[in-house]
Design a protein around this ligand. Structure first.
Ligand code: TXA
Ligand code: MG
Length: 341
């Protein structure tokens, strides 16, 4: 497939990309969370192309991106709590699951009677949805199972030749995907943590954490969000989280060769090694979120070149947006945690 690459999205480029979406094509675009792979959410054939391009299992539903919260009424059965959440967090990194209306084909919702809605704040994403004139179904623009792309280079590496158009313009601010919540009664259930934290949601309504949040979903437990049961973000070599003090982590790694290390700015002994990556200051969870997927994508490339045989990551703090970082990290590591102390 020929891919139109747009690196400086002016109004002409955006209207061209909007036409491609309206005509049933695939467009990769930046959002404030991660890069998305978009298609018209009211065109069954277009949505089906997303699953083919990503190699995504057909039972994993897509998020529908809208220009304004008010548009939600056309595609879902809304409620007062939706508008309370929208007033506080939209546009921005929050996805809300609501009962679906018929205009959204079941391909998009993977057969569910609910639909996930999000209003991105990234100016290019917003302009693109307006230009398309249709709601835009968009998962993260990675090949299924890989880390989500958060930089133009990683978006191109994943989707060149698979999408009709790629708007490759800048790094994504947050770097982890949107918070996903489902409205239940007067409150919400948190299905996927993101930059809108449980503490922030709790200022608006009661919040329950999904039981499967940071635990592997067993065959017998049906996940509330289908995407949570798949292997995710994983590099193509074994990955482990190291739970220990500076001393025990340094000691453990001393005789480990040919491995990548994910650590913090203060870990000078580790950063002196080859294939060492810093998430930023240990206390700066926003920086960890911003860098994690780009690091995992780079590590994957090194793994493919045969340069590394394993990945060891230091445990990250789990407060605030750190909950989202730890959630992605532990999934990438396949829930392998090595306790050192
Ligand atoms: O930040 C984001 O949300 C990015 C950007 C592109 O907007 N998109 C994204 O999409 O992360 P994706 O497809 O990679 O993840 C969507 C998640 C999956 O875990 C999926 O199972 C869940 O949302 N989901 C979608 N619709 C759902 C529904 N009706 N019920 C439960 N979970 C749903
Ligand atoms: Mg994804």
């Amino acid at each position: 497939m020929q891919t139109l690459l747009i690196t400086e999205p002016d109004s002409e480029g955006i209207s061209r990309a909007g036409e491609i979406l309206r005509a049933g094509g695939l467009v990769v675009f930046p959002t404030e969370t991660v890069y998305g792979l978009g298609a018209s959410a009211i065109d069954e054939g277009a949505a089906a192309k997303i699953f083919a391009a990503k190699g995504r299992p057909a039972d994993n539903p897509l998020i529908v991106h809208l220009a304004e919260p008010a548009d939600a009424e056309r595609y879902a059965v809304v409620c007062p709590l939706f508008f309370k959440l929208a007033e506080r967090f939209m546009p921005g990194p929050l996805t809300v699951i609501l009962p679906r209306r018929e205009v959204i084909p079941v391909t998009v919702t993977a057969g569910l009677d609910t639909v996930a809605l999000r209003v991105p704040s990234h100016p290019v994403a917003h302009a693109l949805i307006v230009a398309a004139g249709v709601p835009v179904a968009a998962p993260s623009a990675n090949i299924s199972g890989r880390p989500s792309p958060t930089t133009p280079r990683h978006a191109i590496e994943n989707m060149y030749g698979r999408a009709d158009c790629i708007i490759a313009a800048g790094d994504c601010d947050y770097g982890v995907e949107s918070t996903v919540v489902k409205i239940e009664g007067e409150g919400v259930v948190l299905l996927r943590p993101g930059a809108v934290t449980p503490e922030m949601l709790a200022e608006v309504c009661p919040v329950k954490l999904s039981e499967t949040l940071n635990r592997p979903v067993g065959e017998s437990v049906a996940p509330e969000s289908p995407g949570m049961k798949y292997r995710h973000y994983a590099p193509d070599v074994p990955m482990y989280i190291l739970d220990g003090s500076d001393e025990t982590v340094y000691e453990f790694l001393r005789d480990k060769d040919d491995c990548a290390v994910i650590c913090f700015d203060g870990d000078r002994e580790l950063l002196a090694r080859e294939h060492a990556f810093s998430l930023g200051d240990r206390a700066d969870s926003a920086s960890h979120a911003h860098r994690l997927f780009a690091i995992l994508n780079d590590i994957n490339a090194q793994a493919h070149d045969g340069k590394i045989k394993a990945v060891y990551a230091r445990m990250t703090p789990a407060g605030g947006v750190g909950l989202a970082v730890f959630n992605r990290l532990i999934k990438a590591a396949g829930y392998n945690v090595i306790k050192l102390d």
